[in-house]
Write a protein that binds this ligand. Structure first.
Ligand code: 5GP
Ligand code: MN
Ligand code: MN
Length: 323
């Protein structure tokens, strides 16, 4: 039960003293926020911790409390391994990326996540598929542990809810999410400011990348699947960075009649990352799982080995099977 998982989580946090906190590769708002909220919680408990990610965190999230302390392991490797690791917003062990190199052999893992495809890889698992964001679970955990929030923790939690619900618009925006958001606003969170910064604002290179990607938009004959692709050349031509690709996938999905929108990001000559968004009929998590990825019914992804030319027809075929 949820109650038991919460109490096991509390014990994991109170019984050990030095933690490594990690989230998934190419972290989104929920991943960054959840990393920071766990750090905030551990500070309250007087524990030691190091927050890391495989790579850099998105620039627009640096306003968050102690965000600059999340170490980019591709630049700053650690000098020790950790026996106690907390993984947030990671549906499976692969999602932690290279950070696992700093997990000690036999390390105990606390897995806090909200993906229905989570495979419960933790020693302790706090996994709630009905939660809109990992931040929602952390909100419950802080309440359960009787910790009083402050504005920085509230801002991080709100950021996770805001980004994973697409601005409180997606179908995961439950009454519980709205109630939590309401409480967080009472701690002084700047709701409209965060929406503007995280959901509305674009950099010029980001807009140019979007324009360029949409020029290559393709649709199946029946108009039910739409897709775009981006590669390094697109980034170079527009001056955009990797994180600017986020959000592009919504455009093909938003076309009337499209059931599934896809974004193919070429990682290198051997691999492509595909992002999938569903209008509701198709469970894209199942499609993603077919390719070794995962996610949610309406938003999922996978990293697939191969070239764009071979991968696109394979993914279209799997989506068609679900239509
Ligand atoms: P995005 O398309 O924004 O990268 O990810 C959409 C959703 O799918 C997120 O919930 C994300 O965690 C999940 N997801 C994306 N890529 C992968 C992947 O390679 N493996 C798994 N298990 N989940 C993924
Ligand atoms: Mn995430
Ligand atoms: Mn999430």
């Amino acid at each position: 039960t949820y109650e038991r998982e919460l109490s096991q989580t509390r014990d994991f946090l109170t019984q050990h003293n030095h933690f490594l906190i990690v989230s998934h590769v190419q972290p989104d708002g929920d991943a960054v926020s959840s990393t920071l909220v766990v750090g905030w919680l551990l500070s309250c408990l007087g524990k030691k911790f190091v927050m890391v990610n495989e790579g850099p965190i998105p620039k627009r999230m640096r306003y968050l409390w102690r965000a600059e302390e999340i170490l980019d392991l591709s630049v700053t490797p650690l000098d020790r391994k950790f026996d106690h690791v907390i993984c947030v917003d990671c549906a499976d062990f692969k999602r932690v990326g290279m950070t696992h190199e700093w997990f000690a052999e036999g390390a105990q893992l606390l897995n806090i996540d909200h993906h229905p495809t989570n495979d419960l890889y933790g020693t302790v698992n706090l996994v709630v598929p009905s939660a809109a964001a990992t931040a929602e679970i952390l909100f419950d955990l802080l309440t359960y542990m009787g910790l009083d929030l402050d504005e920085s923790a509230a801002t991080a939690l709100y950021t996770g809810l805001l980004t994973d619900t697409g601005g409180f618009r997606y179908s995961n925006t439950s009454p519980k999410v709205m109630a939590a958001a309401s409480k967080l606003l009472e701690y002084g969170v700047d709701g409209p400011g965060l929406s503007e910064l995280l959901l509305e604002q674009m950099t010029l290179p980001q807009l140019r990348l979007l324009t360029r990607a949409l020029n290559g938009l393709e649709l199946t004959e029946d108009g039910k699947i739409g897709w775009v692709s981006v590669d390094d050349e697109d980034l170079k031509a527009t001056g955009a960075v990797h994180e600017d690709m986020e959000g592009i996938v919504n455009y093909p999905r938003n076309i009337q009649g499209v059931e599934v929108g896809l974004l193919f990001k070429v990682i290198n000559e051997q691999a492509v990352k595909v992002s999938m968004r569903s209008a509701g009929t198709v469970d894209v998590a199942r499609v993603a799982q077919h390719f070794g990825g995962g996610g949610h019914v309406r938003a999922a992804g996978a990293r697939i080995e191969g070239t764009l030319e071979t991968i696109i027809p394979r993914v279209l075929e799997q989506v068609r099977l679900q239509l």
